[in-house]
Design a binder for this molecule. Structure first.
Ligand SMILES: [Zn+2]
Length: 432
């Protein structure tokens, strides 16, 4: 349902009007009290729509509005990088904040506590969720964070994520056993949940029945069945119920403690699991898992693989520029000497005043992100190393020895394939 004030028709008489987002109700289901907030609607709605529409148009995932003195500074985050988004008068920033709170079903009068909510929205025929977060600051004004989620893009296929053929093949084989655990891990914000979804989609859903338990956060995995968890059932009972209906794979929520890890590893002989947890990389993840489960034998018997990812920006296909790398550079970064061409972000020719920035990426040179993946596999050699008490460094060197895909090797593959630049790869390694 679109509220009466959500239609864009009202602005048709204005020339060159940017198509604005339509807001379609709060995620928490609360209806805004339009009558009591007439004045706010009048001054806040259009600016709120403009700031959100601009973010969507520029593909920003996050917008921050911070008031300092008499003005508010807007920052946009596109593919994880901050860009200036202009300034607003303090009053307008306040009106936008209050307006978005109202639309998200939050308490407009409460300005001294942190609040979080969301709005259903649509822009250029695409469904979105606009998540709104406000925080009080010592200066007495609220800090506003808007997160924009394109619901059409939230279903990731393994190909879109950048899984290699070998990795997809291996994951398919692992899930075929109807037993064992496959885990995604990463630092928060690095796309771990997307990787977990990608792993699930690598499973041949025509051959195996995959049941999801837990919160899918309004994403979908094709050909999987959502298992309705009975109220009052604990994790163990729920897993038992899924096993009884002849499922092959359970797609579970993130593991956040030792207890959950123990339950999953205790049940993995009867059904395969896909889950995720927080860790820096696969080797650190394995160390954490060993600590959680407590018995290395149980881990080596039950674990198929841990997959971890880092996100890096993908070069814009419309403006990326090819160059011939010099042999010294290739040697220094570890690319094969036969590499003939590499790419860097496109830039307008400074000599040519007619040369405009690229329209596709807005002159950023990058468009979207891809993951680079490392996969720790439970091979015989790895099993032996773990049972022999290998630490994180020894696990890493075992991975190298067995040529398992690592961030280093996968990142260079993306550079060699022309999907990203060397600069971007180096940036990803520098930032944690
Ligand atoms: Zn471009």
């Amino acid at each position: 349902m679109i509220f009466g004030f959500g239609s864009n028709d009202d602005y048709d008489d204005e020339e060159e009007e940017l198509e604005l987002v339509t807001f379609q109700g709060a995620l928490n289901g609360k209806k805004p009290d339009v009558k009591a907030n007439g004045r706010l609607m009048e001054i806040g709605l259009v600016p709120a729509k403009e700031i959100v529409s601009d973010a969507m148009l520029r593909r920003a995932e996050t917008v921050r509005v911070e008031t300092k003195g008499s003005a508010a500074v807007v920052r946009l985050y596109i593919d994880g990088i901050a860009y200036p988004g202009g300034r607003l008068p303090k009053q307008e920033a306040h009106a936008i904040t209050q307006m978005l709170k109202l639309l998200a079903g939050l308490n407009v009068k409460q300005r001294k506590a942190r609040q979080k909510g969301g709005i259903k929205a649509e822009f250029q025929d695409t469904p979105y969720q606009v998540l709104v977060e406000t925080e009080p600051t010592p200066a007495g004004v609220e800090r506003l964070t808007i997160r924009v989620r394109n619901l059409k893009q939230s279903v990731e296929t393994p190909d879109e994520l950048g899984f290699s053929e070998t990795m997809k093949e291996k994951l398919r084989e692992m899930a075929a056993n109807r037993s064992g655990v496959i885990l995604a891990c990463g630092v928060p914000g690095s796309g771990t949940t997307s990787t977990r979804f990608g792993i699930a989609r690598s499973v041949d859903a025509y051959m195996y029945s995959v049941y999801t338990i837990g919160d899918l956060e309004s994403r979908e995995i094709p050909y999987t069945t959502e298992f309705e968890v009975k109220e009052g059932d604990d994790l163990e009972t729920t897993i038992q119920r899924v096993i009884r209906i002849d499922a092959d794979v359970i797609f579970a929520d993130a593991m956040s403690d030792a207890e959950t890890a123990k339950i999953i590893f205790a049940k993995q002989k009867e059904i395969a699991f896909i889950s995720e947890f927080a860790a820096r990389d696969t080797a650190q993840g394995l160390a954490k898992l060993l600590e959680w489960v407590g018995d290395p034998q149980i881990v080596v018997d039950g674990l198929h693989a841990i997959v971890s990812q880092k996100l890096l920006r993908v070069l814009c296909n419309d403006c990326k520029q090819a160059f011939r790398p010099n042999p010294k550079l290739l040697k220094k970064v570890g690319l094969p000497p036969k590499t003939k061409v590499l790419y860097r972000p496109g830039q307008p020719d400074p000599e040519d005043p007619e040369d405009e920035p690229c329209e596709v990426c807005g002159g950023l040179g990058y468009f979207g992100r891809a993951g680079m993946f490392e996969m720790l596999e439970m091979t015989d050699g790895m099993r032996e190393a773990i049972l022999g008490g290998a630490d994180v460094a020894a696990i890493k060197s075992k991975m190298r020895e067995e040529r398992m895909p690592s961030f280093q090797s996968e990142g260079l593959r993306l550079v060699a394939e022309g999907r990203t630049s060397l600069d971007e790869l180096q940036r990803t390694f520098k930032s944690k």
